[in-house]
Design a protein around this ligand. Structure first.
Ligand SMILES: [Zn+2]
Length: 64
């Protein structure tokens, strides 16, 4: 598995990988960082962070 953002090459956090799986493709093996994911989905990075917090609160195992 590749360890950096597909778009900018930045190192990815566990939650960024989780966010990509959650929002784009659960089975994906390449991922985007929060910044690039937000751009791709046409939302703000804050929106991504808020969603991650929501999923965490729901007990989603893709996030820590
Ligand atoms: Zn990126």
């Amino acid at each position: 598995m590749r360890s950096g953002c597909e778009e900018c090459g930045k190192a990815l956090t566990f939650n960024e990988i989780g966010a990509y799986k959650k929002f784009v493709n659960r089975g994906s093996t390449s991922f985007l960082c929060r910044t690039c994911l937000a751009a791709k989905l046409d939302v703000s990075v804050e929106e991504i962070d808020r969603k991650i917090e929501q999923f965490k609160a729901q007990g989603c195992t893709l996030f820590v």
